[in-house]
Write a protein that binds this ligand. Sequence first.
Ligand code: SER
Length: 312
Amino acid sequence: MILIIGAGGQVGQELTANLREKHGRDKVVASDIREIEGLDAPFEKLDAMDGSRLREIVDKYGVKEVYHLAALLSATAEKQIKFAWELNMQSLFHVLELAKEKVIDKIFWPSSIAVFGPTTPKQNTPQETVTEPTTVYGISKLAGERWCEYYAKKFGVDVRSIRYPGLIGYKTMPGGGTTDYAVDIYHQALENGSYECFLEEGTYLPMMYMEDAIRATIELMEAAPEKIKVRSSYNLSAISFSPKEVAESIQREIPDFTISYAPDFRQKIAESWPQSINDSKAREDWNWKENYNLDKMSSDMLLHLKAQKGLK
Ligand code: SER
């Protein structure tokens, strides 16, 4: 039995749908802090900081595998420092403890490119390098990575993790991230023909199409344990682009689309992160390979969003 914590989020909704298709709906319990429209049963309300409620759900369903996706993202965490730290850390501890006690067998927990900071090499950022994050979110993800590796080495916990880049999909909206512009821009392009970006035009960030990210997550979780040599979190990359480049890619399909720039506090966060990621370890250890480049992603995004919005 699989439990998804944070099943109502950007990744959670897609992962829940995907795992249910694969294993059957009744084999995947969705949970979130609030009821989520469109999420079928089995569903349980769960505050990820409530360890005893988590245990209750795990016992009730005989859960063996947990995808723990609940977190405050980079932009929101800057505004709720203490809460972000408590949520992102406590919830991870609860899940790690369940695995240490052998109640559950396997954990997926996402980390992020936010573990890197201004002192990290910006291009082709290696798996092992300087990690001096300057955001609350990044600090919590880096600490989480250290704890994952600690529990893996010390207690044999089978925890697996990916440093997600910015994730872009048409099925769900992100919330509170610095890379979220790259989702919103497609919606605005179709609805208004223009977009005001909160990052500057030349701000390169590592990104990935959601379909690739979900496939990577499932491939990592299905790989034989001995193949998983990194127990902190794997670098993972697909595409790097700037707001200007994604706008140009949209203009190839919607020639009249225009973009303007009004950078806010998120610009500084973006500037502290790498521009491109070296993910050779993921490629070597469990054969990771992306399917989508920028233009392929743009076409697919626009195709599906047009249908969703009833546009031709
Ligand atoms: N997409 C995330 C954010 O912007 C990074 O992990 O917060």
